[in-house]
Design a protein. Sequence first.
Length: 153
Amino acid sequence: MKFSMKVLGMATAAMFLTTGLAIAGPEKDPEKARVPADQRAAAKKDKTDLYKKAEDASPEIIAEGKAIFEGKGTCVNCHGKDGDGNGPAGKVLNPGPRDFTNCKFHKKRKDGELMWVIKNGSPGTGMVPLIPATISEEEGWKVIAYERSFCKD
Ligand code: HEC
């Protein structure tokens, strides 16, 4: 009796786990680099003249980034209005979209590494290349400034 209850419990836990993954995949380790090693040094150096660092961008640039994030960029569908990765389309993705409220993630990445992913996607995930098909490179830099602003530290 005791044994079968345990088996039942395990089966239920497994069911929850599987269903959970199908509904909202967990984020794949956000602190691990996404840019392939042989391109990372170059990506880290990639810069814009809109700002020195995206976290220091002007309120005007951040506001333009927000409009792109929620509008033509379609980022909001997956990354969510609050930037936490809980957008309607993001919920069915596995791995889940990046949670931009996570300040530890931001500390691990240079702006240019984010730009690389917006241009090249993150292979094997729902993050597909969005520059130049969906937004321009300049619009990409503006969205990066907005994404950085979700970290409130
Ligand atoms: C169809 C869903 C989807 C849309 C739309 C989308 N993303 Fe993503 N995005 C993802 C997923 C999933 C990941 C996580 C990929 C991974 O873990 O490697 C991600 C990760 C990222 C990352 C993190 C890269 C890193 O270095 O870890 C950035 C930056 C990003 N997206 C920017 C954007 C921007 C900007 C837009 C809009 C122009 C956008 N995304 C639109 C699904 C999406």
